[in-house]
Design a protein around this ligand. Structure first.
Ligand code: ADP
Length: 445
């Protein structure tokens, strides 16, 4: 096992990883920008190294600075968290070349899954169902028109190198397709540095359901059930729950098996998530995330497995010490992402926290790096806390969540807590009867 792990991230996820390390007797190294000198992840780490100025490109994305920090502190391994360098194959390879262990999958798997066209091909060959669409990048309007006519309108144009909900456009007709393909390609080039786009059938009322997997270096792979992440705004998840209110036991078992078998076949290692759209009883693969996800805690709450701990264990070479049949799902869990944003306009609202009081009690988990007097810097993602609730049934979970939201005090800036409170009072949400488009209409009301 490792003696020392460097955590190449900030905020709540850096803290989350530190907690797992500490419980395993591993010491931790925090890295931080000059904007994060007083951040909780720095205060609680055993050692901390400043790696650059506030801009992420010069600090949290600065590969050389992070590797230097690992060298001078004598770290054995690097955990990338999510975002930043977590799905950067080049970084994962550099980490290994410098003699550290990358706590994540192999650079080859990150690369394959990072290119959405390759990913679709690889998982399709491993037996996972995909959305009908082009088999590769489409470069001309004529080519796109032909494929769209085959799969039928509306179609969605996606950037091969896309991520974070960016670089996607919907076309309802051949005319729209020609213009939107140009727009999508231009955006893809400027945002991702790669203009390639591909086409998929646009599903009108799907849910977003994803399967968490864990695999080791010894050929073992398991699934940890699903998360329903259909509540999205601008393709960004707002609230997640597990299990999905839309799946029955048979569907859950079946998709879990398909995914675990595919993961084994691909030879994947570490934690990963296979994302699907689910419509009319069918699953359609959209992408695989080769990293820890923001919403991993709800899976931990229902299956009692510490995913970060398992990531650390398997990357040190240990085998998973449980098999699929040992994993038991219990109760229901929901996560609310709380952002420093105006709850109506969603304009980011960084600033200084005044009073701070987190909810507590049975079944409540708060993953956050906030404290009273902390200043939320304007340079990074606006998510400041994750409120995670677990209870025996979905109904009890909703009651508990409502109670926890009413206890949560974050003064000094706007947060999206009122949005979550509005959601709790909404019958469509209470009935679990929503698709991926529902929330946008709801917040627009
Ligand atoms: P990203 O990597 O940018 O997150 P994804 O491929 O995971 O992109 O898609 C993000 C979201 O976009 C999905 O959760 C869904 O809301 C929407 N989406 C993606 N593909 C389709 C599709 N074929 N039809 C309808 N909506 C889609």
């Amino acid at each position: 096992m490792f003696d020392k792990v460097l955590i190449a991230n900030r905020g709540e996820i850096a803290l989350r990883i530190q907690r797992a390390c500490r419980e395993m007797g591993i010491s931790t190294v925090a890295v931080h920008s000059t904007a994060d000198e007083n951040a909780m992840h720095v205060r609680l780490a055993d050692e901390a190294v400043c790696i650059g100025p506030p801009a992420a490109t010069e600090s949290y994305l600065n590969k050389h600075a992070i590797l230097s920090a690992a060298t001078i502190t004598g770290a054995d391994a690097i955990h990338p968290g999510y975002g930043f360098l977590s799905e950067n194959a080049e970084f994962a390879a550099m980490v290994e070349e410098h003699g550290f262990t990358f706590i994540g999958p192999s650079p080859q798997h990150i690369r394959e899954m990072g290119d959405k066209i390759t990913a679709k091909q690889v998982v399709m060959e491993a037996g996972i169902p995909v959305v009908p669409g082009s088999s590769g990048a489409v470069r001309t309007a004529e080519e796109a028109g032909k494929i769209a006519a085959e799969i039928g309108y509306p179609v969605i144009i996606k950037a091969t190198a896309g991520g974070g909900g960016r670089g996607m456009r919907v076309a309802n007709s051949p005319d729209e397709l020609a213009t939107e393909l140009q727009n999508a390609s231009r955006e893809a080039k400027s945002v991702f540095g790669n203009p390639d786009c591909y086409l998929e059938k646009y599903l009108g009322h799907p849910r977003h359901i994803e399967i968490q997997v864990l695999a080791d270096n010894h050929g073992n792979a398991v699934h940890l059930g699903e998360r329903d992440c259909s509540l999205q705004r601008r393709h960004q998840k707002v609230l997640e729950e597990s299990p999905s209110p839309a799946l029955n036991a048979e569907q859950r078992e079946e998709i879990g098996q398909v995914v675990a078998t595919a993961i084994k076949k691909i030879g994947y290692r570490s934690a990963g998530t296979i994302e699907f759209l689910f419509e009319d009883g069918k699953f359609y693969f959209i992408e695989m995330n080769t990293r820890l996800q923001v919403e991993h805690p709800i899976t931990e709450m229902v299956c009692g497995i510490d995913i970060v701990r398992e990531m650390i264990r398997v990357s040190s070479g240990a085998p998973l010490d449980f098999a699929q049949e040992d994993i038991k799902f219990q109760g229901h869990s929901i996560e609310c992402r709380i952002n420093a944003e105006n709850p109506e306009t969603f304009v980011p609202c960084p600033g200084k926290i005044g009073e701070y009081h987190a909810p507590g009690g049975l079944g409540i988990r708060v993953d956050s790096a906030l404290y009273s007097g902390y200043t939320v810097p304007p340079h990074y993602d606006s998510m400041i806390s994750k409120l995670i609730v677990h209870a025996a049934t979905r109904n009890e979970c909703l009651m508990r969540l409502r109670r926890a939201l009413s206890e949560y005090v974050i003064e000094g800036l706007d947060t999206t807590i009122p949005l979550h409170q509005k959601l709790m009072a909404e019958p469509v949400f209470q009935n679990g009867d929503y698709d991926i488009h529902w929330l946008e209409k709801f917040v627009g009301k």
